[in-house]
Design a protein around this ligand. Structure first.
Ligand SMILES: Nc1ncnc2c1ncn2[C@@H]1O[C@H](COP(=O)(O)OP(=O)(O)OP(=O)(O)O)[C@@H](O)[C@H]1O
Ligand code: SF4
Ligand SMILES: [Mg+2]
Length: 384
């Protein structure tokens, strides 16, 4: 598999002009998605996940930075390249109810794109292809669904039709914006497993947005997580490292807020990170220095409010780097402590056990074991 990124965001910025003044919804994001890999964007409501995704999908024009697909900047693409890009990159919305035209049957929905892009010659081919797509998303037998209208389907079935419609274009990248969040848990897991098979068997890359860290861990164990706060990435790295041993205080707070069924773990998670304030600052009036400082439990006056921290590679304590640096963290205190050889102030991986855990996908091994090793996925057991 090529290691070249499918999607590359460089210095991506999106400033909205509003009556209250400019809203810097995304303030300089650098991220990549590789073929067959998942990049999860997580963060609380309003942190800029959808705005980033919409710019990545070419649905909005960013006010700064670039979006590249297979090394080609979107801004430089001609009409034919843009049409190919629109086929290769598909966006799956959150709401399975609103995304489908209620007056069209499943067959009509699936065949519209196939016909428009000349991917089928006649109705027989279109029906056969639509049936194949339904099998891919496990709506079987397809004949039971092809002539159904959206109101005759459940939410999970509708979202599968949405996924099937995206797959009709043979996409290389799926951008899923909270695509499973409106589904109940068992249907969500089933759809995530279907998406996992597409990732593994068809090498589809994913920009996968969720505010739910349990879902991020479930779907992106082999991939990466980028944690966003007020329009910026504050921590980014391989999922097992970010979840197992978070470095940024905001990531720790997010993990501490995960709904944890084990009461002892829930208490431990909650008590480990107590925010100084629950209030999210306004994007139109960002705090000086680190934007997280009014809420951060590790805040140090004079350091954290003096200048904005940059997203820098976080090496091993003491400067020793035993493996390639793949984790980036934006925090003055983490940077200073690592430079001094002080281990991360947070809990270590063993303390941060979360009981939700699963590793979908055919390529993944899931060894048994209780300990949370950031390098080693554990067995599959959904309990979120
Ligand atoms: N068209 C717009 N005009 C003005 N402000 C906008 C616009 N779109 C988004 N915003 C603002 O940009 C910020 C980021 O919004 P965005 O929808 O990207 O957040 P999000 O992380 O996807 O949140 P959620 O988890 O609630 O979906 C928010 O403060 C939002 O109000
Ligand atoms: S820079 Fe300071 S305020 Fe910001 S996250 Fe780090 S410790 Fe907290
Ligand atoms: Mg959103």
């Amino acid at each position: 598999m090529s290691d070249a990124p499918l999607l590359k965001l460089s210095g991506l910025e999106q400033v909205f002009d509003t009556k209250k003044g400019p809203v810097p919804a995304v303030g300089g994001v650098d991220l990549e998605v590789k073929p067959g890999k998942v990049l999860c964007l997580v963060g609380e409501s309003g942190c800029g996940k959808t705005t980033t995704a919409r710019a990545a999908a070419g649905l909005t024009r960013p006010t700064g930075g670039t979006v590249e697909f297979r090394g080609r900047s979107l801004a430089d693409m001609d009409g034919a390249e843009r049409a190919a890009y629109r086929r290769a990159v598909q966006y799956i919305h959150q709401d399975p109810y609103a995304a489908l035209n209620p007056t069209r049957t499943v067959y009509s929905t699936l065949s519209a794109g196939l016909k428009r892009h000349g991917l089928v010659k006649n109705r027989t081919e279109a029906r056969a292809k639509a049936a194949e797509l339904l099998r891919l998303v496990e709506l079987t037998p397809p004949e039971s669904y092809l002539d159904s209208y959206p109101h005759q389907l459940s939410g999970g079935q509708r979202q599968r039709v949405n996924v099937a419609r995206s797959l009709a274009m043979n996409p290389e990248l799926l951008i899923c914006d909270e695509s499973t969040s409106m589904l109940d848990v068992s249907i969500r897991v089933s759809l995530l497993n279907t998406l996992g098979r597409l990732r593994d068997d068809l090498d589809v890359g994913f920009l996968f947005i969720t505010h739910d860290l349990a879902v991020a861990k479930y779907f992106a164990w082999d991939g990466e997580i980028a944690v966003m706060y007020l329009g910026k990435v504050v921590e980014h790295g391989p999922t097992p490292e970010v979840i197992g041993n978070p470095q940024h205080p905001y990531t720790k707070a997010l993990i501490g807020a995960v709904c944890e069924p084990d009461p002892d773990l829930a208490r431990a998670n909650r008590s480990a990170v107590q925010l100084r304030s629950a209030e999210i600052p306004s994007l139109t009036d960002l705090p000086a220095g680190c934007a997280f400082h009014p809420r951060c439990p590790a805040f140090e006056p004079g350091l954290c409010d003096a200048g904005e921290p940059s997203l820098a590679f976080a090496g091993a304590p003491g400067g020793g780097v035993s493996r390639p640096q793949r984790r980036r963290v934006s925090c003055h205190v983490v940077a200073r402590d690592l430079g001094r050889g002080v281990p991360s102030a947070g809990r270590d991986a063993a303390d941060l056990t979360l009981t939700f855990d699963a590793v979908p996908g055919s390529r993944r091994s899931a060894p048994e074991g209780k300990a949370e090793d950031p390098q080693t996925p554990r067995g599959a057991a959904w309990s979120a």
